[in-house]
Design a protein around this ligand. Sequence first.
Ligand code: NAD
Length: 299
Amino acid sequence: MRNIVVLTGAGVSAESGVATFRGPDGLWEGHRVEDVATPHAFERDPALVHAFYDARRAKLGTVEPNGAHAALARLDAEWPGELLIVTQNVDDLHERAGTKRLLHMHGELKKGWCLACGERFPWDGPMGENSLNAVRPEPVEGLSFFSNEQRKSSPSTMTKTDHPPDGPGLSSSGRTDVRGTSVRTSSGRTEVGICEAVNICPSCNAVGRVRPDIVWFGEMPYAMERIDEALMRCDLFVSIGTSGAVYPAAGFVQTARYCGAHCVEINLEPSLGSYFFHESRIGKAGELVPQWVDEVLAA
Ligand code: NAD
């Protein structure tokens, strides 16, 4: 056996303390998926969507890879044949465990995507305005914030020319800025104010045009061609910690099986497509994945 494809989902990060997609209440961290994980949700309420992903990104700083991530990194380091680890997860726990042959099909929390210039780049820290409450300077007597009317121009509708009058600075990775600036009000009077906090594209300098580099429902996952090729060539397909509810990932087992691969699932409970797998190992990823990797490397 030479070629392996591993698919991982939210369950592989659960023991690290990252919440899975659908909790017992059917919500993701208290939110309906339609409200935070669709392009329409972002158009309707960019502040809410940014706040949601800002909180998920901040959470990454408080969690560590678990035994399942470590075992997959060991498989990556020691498996002499072809290997592709495809993750639906947007966290960075696989790479922090040391995995190299990795593909994030649903994007990454720690990347931004500029809607003005199309560039994608690393992003640390918050991306949206709500998250800036913690760092917003105390209002200074005599200074004013943007008017309500100016606030209404949401980050998602701002354009490249919406730089604050004193111009944003360039940076090699993304950031969100709060800067003092002069603001021309509707009365035509120039007031000194504290600019609305908005993200700035490190590539083209556009203000408020960076969105999380996350594949939302209704958008095309990344690298599908490469994944399909690997699925068609693999001898072993292993699905770990995924419910089998989100397509196209839920259909990978069918492609792999049709093309002759042995198919194994490792999950806390049988997934929705459990009957497509030759083998189901039911239990915690942190315990079962290291055992499975030992078996594969010893075979
Ligand atoms: P899901 O939440 O639909 O399913 C998770 C599965 O993992 C469930 O079947 C559950 O029984 C199982 N599970 C829970 N704890 C486990 C454990 N300790 N060991 C083994 N299995 C365990 O997740 P999904 O199928 O990956 O679909 C999720 C979508 O949500 C993806 O698009 C993903 O981008 C996004 N998401 C990502 C993260 C993350 O990056 N960590 C977290 C939540 C959601």
